[in-house]
Design a protein around this ligand. Structure first.
Ligand code: B1M
Length: 232
């Protein structure tokens, strides 16, 4: 009787392989995910398609079952670890586009929040698009963002929050920028699953970014608008 161990990933067609990756991500099988990513790359898939169509899509299923109480924190951590294994292979490929430097962003997950997969993805895609990215990691207080932005001479401050309890902290950071007279020094982009357009507006961010691709496009638009204004 054939069991899971007998599946030879390289013998699956693309559709079956992506389906298998979703199962493997769900089961937190890091090595299998890494192998499958390599296979898809060999088959000519773009790093971006592998990220979005296999890894992010698989993580969405994990998220739904976590929400519904079918999966618990340990399983989700394993899935996250498997996803990170795949992302580590894709990162240099997304970054090596050789695009001209577009600007600099500091990005981090806000205080009280340890979710970092989405933030890492945004950082990767921004680097791939030619931005210089300083990743502040997780659980960032106001001072962390402000000091890093100043030290790095950043154009953009990016904030990520995945919890309804931590997303209000983004306003704390923006208010601190206002108090220090630095709000207009930086473009502030926010993102994370529980946010939306209205929330972004309400807290005074320059833009809410639904996903990493939107973050890249928004950053490009706002940075070039700013350069044009400065040049005018
Ligand atoms: Co957490 N968790 N979690 N979790 N977790 C969520 C967010 C949750 C929605 C799950 C659920 O119930 N369905 C829920 C929040 C509910 C709520 O607030 N309303 C939740 C909860 C409750 C919790 C804990 C409280 C659970 C507990 O302990 N009881 C706890 C909190 C810990 C803390 O932070 N203090 C917790 C812990 C964890 C793990 C540690 C197990 C793990 C995190 C591992 C890690 O990140 N290293 C985890 C995970 C993995 C998730 C889910 C399943 C997946 C998140 C993820 O990585 N998605 C998540 C469910 C979900 O979101 N559907 C969930 C994939 C990622 C690519 O998407 O992060 O949305 P996302 O990023 C996207 C966009 O949002 C956007 O672009 C990204 C790429 O396209 N984006 C940005 C994100 N940040 C951006 C920043 C930008 C721009 C765009 O700046 C410019």
């Amino acid at each position: 009787m054939a069991d899971e161990d007998d599946i030879i990933l390289s013998e699956l067609d693309d559709e079956e392989l992506v389906q298998q990756m979703m199962d493997d991500l769900y089961d937190g099988l890091k090595e299998e995910i890494e192998e499958a990513v390599e296979i898809l790359l060999e088959r000519g898939w773009t790093p971006y398609d592998i990220l979005t169509k296999a890894l992010v899509a698989g993580m969405t299923i994990v998220g739904a079952d976590f929400r519904d109480g079918i999966l618990f924190v340990p399983e989700v951590l394993l899935a996250a670890n498997a996803m990170k294994g795949g992302m580590a292979i894709l990162k240099p490929l997304l970054v090596e586009t050789g695009a001209p430097r577009m600007g600099k962003m500091v990005i981090g997950t806000v205080k009280g929040d340890i979710h970092d997969i989405g933030k890492n993805l945004v950082a990767m895609m921004m680097e791939g698009a030619g931005f210089e990215v300083v990743d502040l990691g997780i659980n960032n207080a106001v001072e962390s963002y402000l000091e890093a932005a100043e030290r790095e001479g950043a154009d953009i401050i990016g904030m990520s929050a995945l919890l309804t309890t931590t997303m209000p902290y983004m306003k704390t950071v923006i208010d601190a920028l206002k108090e220090q007279g630095k709000r207009d020094t930086y473009i502030v982009l926010v993102g994370g699953a529980p946010l939306n357009e209205e929330f972004g507006k309400a807290i005074g961010a320059d833009a809410y970014c639904r996903d990493a691709a939107v973050a890249v496009e928004t950053a490009k638009t706002l940075v070039s608008r700013r350069h044009n204004q400065m040049g005018a």
